[in-house]
Ligand binder design. Structure first.
Ligand code: TYD
Ligand code: MG
Length: 459
């Protein structure tokens, strides 16, 4: 017999409680409990046992050395950036969650994927857009694509599975997990218990049929994927699609990946006809300029595991107000304040009455500390109004006493700078150990203090 039951769920972490609580014992948030009606078809039997597709075999322990190893046959897509982020193509039976802010391009990325796999049957389930809207978008993206991409506008998981059984797609894309609802649960779509149940059903389907499933997930205003945290635990891979909506560049970052490195990332450019892969990020991130301008430096950075050269622009001007302004885009303001304090205290530059603006080109956000040296040189270059020669780049961290510290993967950074035609790179002298300087044609200057860099550049 069906039995109606309700429970209270923390909207922040998904904690379930039989009664209302003011404070969540799991995540310590206040006032996050909302009542949701859960109706199980048969409360005494967990619903996955009702499912006819479940393989009812009891697992037995096996010695790990005797488990047959199969190299998963990964499906490579024509999108090299996506292949890289997934750790080398799509793994059969994997459940991938793609999160991102509204309008960043999640639906575009997934539809583009669906259209670019001509030999595979792809089912694109949309609970957000009509068939007409999707067709319009597809015309914009790949008007001549001969793909076997099926569109289904449906939100009930039971109906979706019925269609899947009839169609037997090779890949399923769900846009979005927050719009789905399962008849096993009576709360509204997007609620914690619905999201959890629908994701669990998709997970079972993916594992039992070895069909890869992509779930698009909304993001809340604090940047986490809407719904319970448990969603991220359930899936195999979590990809984050990010970028500044006013800029054209988008970054697809692996946050969690059971089948590859979580530090991979892919870069795209949003164009009028969809997302284009950016295979050589450095070339577009460096602005083309003829003459040298003050306040501009180039740093050899690593984003994930990829080396790229990024331009930093600084503007230092006399403050018109009592409190000078300090503003950054793409860089941590606190870190810039720290670097300004180092310049003031250790190197004697009078910056406390100056406005300082800092901008990382291309709308990227940089967290790699190796940009520090580039940042301080850009600030001093603007302050002194003396340009840094265009063929010089930097890769080092700056410490509190003005010392220049080593950074990781220095060979990769040097090789990228050399490849792009830079003539000189400044690195920390502590990075010198084990480095075969003669191997490179680029001149490598090793320094220990920021003053050394300033006297070499500005005299
Ligand atoms: P969309 O994929 O709908 O975002 P999401 O699903 O993450 O909410 O992307 C919408 C934005 O992308 C929209 O603002 C318009 C822009 N866009 C382009 O610039 N070029 C294109 O070819 C497409 C399809 C969208
Ligand atoms: Mg969308």
């Amino acid at each position: 017999m069906a039995k109606t039951k309700s429970a209270y769920f923390c909207q922040s972490c998904g904690y379930e409680s039989p009664k209302w609580l003011g404070k969540c014992p799991s995540c310590n948030q206040w006032n996050t409990f909302v009542e949701e009606v859960i109706e199980k078809i048969n409360s005494s039997v967990p619903d996955w046992k009702n499912s006819s597709t479940t393989l009812q075999r009891a697992a037995r322990p096996a010695v790990i050395t005797e488990i047959a190893y199969r190299d998963e046959q990964r499906q490579l897509t024509s999108d090299k950036e996506l292949n890289r982020v997934l750790g080398g193509g799509i793994v059969p039976g994997s459940l991938v969650l793609i999160g991102g802010e509204p309008g960043i391009g999640k639906s575009t990325l997934m539809l583009q994927l669906a259209l670019s796999l001509p030999k595979l049957k792809v089912l694109y389930v949309s609970g957000e857009e009509s068939e007409q809207q999707i067709k319009m978008r597809a015309e914009r993206l790949l008007p001549a694509a001969k793909s076997e991409c099926y569109i289904l506008t449906e939100t009930s998981t039971q109906n979706i599975f019925k269609q899947i059984e009839a169609l037997e797609p090779h890949i399923v894309i769900i846009d979005s997990i927050q719009t789905l609802y399962s008849a096993h649960i009576e709360s509204t779509p997007g609620s914690v218990s619905q999201v959890r149940e629908c994701a669990a059903e998709m997970l079972r389907f993916a594992k039992e049929t070895a069909t890869p499933v992509f779930l698009i997930g909304h993001i809340t205003k604090d940047g986490t994927i809407a719904g319970p945290k448990i969603l991220e635990h359930m899936v195999d891979t979590v990809l984050q699609f990010e970028g500044d909506r006013h800029h054209v560049y988008r970054i697809l970052r692996a946050v969690k990946n059971r089948f590859g490195s979580a530090s991979e990332l892919g870069i795209y450019e949003m164009q009028g006809n969809g997302l284009r892969e950016v295979s050589n990020p450095s070339e577009i991130l460096l602005s083309q300029r003829e003459e040298s301008l003050s306040g501009i430096t180039i740093s050899a950075m690593l984003e994930g595991l990829r080396p790229m050269l990024i331009e930093t622009q600084a503007l230092v001007s006399t403050s018109a107000y009592g409190t000078p302004q300090r503003s950054t885009t793409g860089f941590d303001t606190k870190r810039m304040n720290m670097l300004l304090a180092v310049l003031e205290k250790r190197c004697g530059f009078r910056l406390s009455a100056k406005d300082v603006f800092l901008n990382i080109a291309g709308g990227l956000r940089v967290e790699d500390p190796a940009i520090d040296l580039g940042v301080v040189v850009a600030i001093i270059s603007s302050h002194e109004d003396m340009p840094v020669p265009a063929k010089i780049c930097f890769a080092a961290e700056v410490g509190l006493s003005g010392e220049i510290r080593a950074v990781n993967r220095i060979e990769q950074r040097i090789a990228e700078a050399e490849k792009l035609g830079f003539e000189t790179i400044y690195i920390s002298k502590y990075n010198k150990k084990g480095l075969d300087i003669k191997r490179y044609s680029i001149e490598i200057k090793t320094v220990a203090k920021v003053e050394e860099v300033f006297s070499a550049l500005f005299g």
